[in-house]
Write a protein that binds this ligand. Structure first.
Ligand code: HEC
Length: 300
């Protein structure tokens, strides 16, 4: 096997192992990073929903109540404001869904599923926990989620969620007297949850990984070309010349020209030694030829 093939095989093997290791180690890191990034976005969206709720109940509702519209107006409901705003946000970020999962909701679309009840119970029994995130398996694939508890801390909420009699009559007309009442101050009545398909962070991670691997392959091709050029000009070409010259000398062509020695490296030393050997051999051959000639003249 030629030196070039051996060298390239070793390089290829090293590179394949290197890329494999880089792939495996960076894949998990990139996926974790992408998940964290997506969860952070979800968190920001949730905070946005929260601030819209606070704005509605603290800023909008008092003004409306003080004005002509003493009656119930849907637009002053924090849940309505938050979900409506999230819906318009979803036009740009359709992957994110927001749920105000509640055990006893005013609007049945917010009723918590069994799985969501698990999260609400978890928040109820762990009052110090303010955030919980994880991965949920569904029939259509994995979902990444982040959730915050709905702890009823603002007494203003009780205006509509304590008893049907305390709530505005026009709200009762719309929503009935059955649901969304009897909520206790400081209790966890539900959870805000933002869901994102797991495919979103995975796709992002894959994109970053592909770019990384393309760069790695690019660097390898560059180094491979450079080392092959170096191998050719610094090792293979001079060694080939020495071999050809040695071959010619061994076949009796003593008068081939000497090497031009450049530099002081190993190959230059080899060329120098070869020149010395060539010279010694040439003078030895010359001496033998002279002796033979003398012997021949003596005999005559
Ligand atoms: C003006 C009356 C009103 C006030 C004040 C009010 N809510 Fe509501 N709330 C409603 C109505 C009506 C709905 C149903 C909205 C819908 O159709 O999506 C609702 C929905 C909700 C929901 C979603 C689950 C459900 O019941 O459908 C949560 C959670 C909620 N409110 C929490 C609060 C909190 C917390 C506060 C205080 C910051 C508050 N609400 C203040 C009237 C009110």
């Amino acid at each position: 096997m030629s030196l070039r093939i051996k060298f390239n095989l070793v390089m290829l093997l090293t590179f394949a192992i290197g890329v494999g290791l880089a792939w495996f180690s960076s894949k998990t890191i990139l996926e974790e990073n992408a998940q964290m990034e997506v969860l952070q976005n979800a968190d920001i969206m949730m905070e946005m929903a929260k601030s819209i709720r606070a704005y509605t109940v603290n800023e909008v509702k008092p003004i409306i109540e003080a004005g002509e519209h003493a009656e119930f107006i849907k637009q002053t409901v924090p849940a309505y404001a938050a979900t409506t705003n999230f819906d318009s946000l979803r036009k740009r970020f359709p992957e994110y869904t927001y749920q105000e999962a509640t055990v006893n909701p005013t609007n049945p679309v917010h009723r918590a599923t069994d799985w969501e009840r698990g999260i609400i119970d978890y928040f109820s029994s762990n009052p110090s926990v303010t955030e919980h995130s994880g991965i949920k398996e569904t029939a259509t694939g994995k979902l990444l989620y982040i959730s915050h508890p709905f702890r009823l801390t603002n007494p203003a909420c009780l205006a509509c969620h304590s008893t049907p009699d305390a709530a505005p009559a026009s709200m009762i007309e719309l929503y009935g007297r059955e649901n969304g009442f009897g909520w206790q101050l400081n209790s966890v009545i539900g959870a805000q949850i933002v869901y994102v398909p797991m495919s979103l962070p995975l796709q992002r991670a894959q994109g970053a990984l592909n770019i990384f691997i393309v760069y790695l392959v690019g660097i390898f091709v560059f180094v491979w070309l450079l080392l092959n050029l170096l191998l050719h000009f610094v090792v293979i070409k001079p060694v080939k010349e020495v071999a050809e010259k040695a071959d010619a000398i061994s076949k009796g062509q003593i008068d081939v020209p000497e090497f031009e020695v450049k530099g002081k490296g190993e190959i230059a030393t080899m060329a120098m030694s070869f020149n010395r050997m060539h010279r010694s051999l040439a003078s030895a051959v010359r001496m033998i030829k002279q002796q033979r000639k003398q012997q021949a003249t003596k005999r005559n």
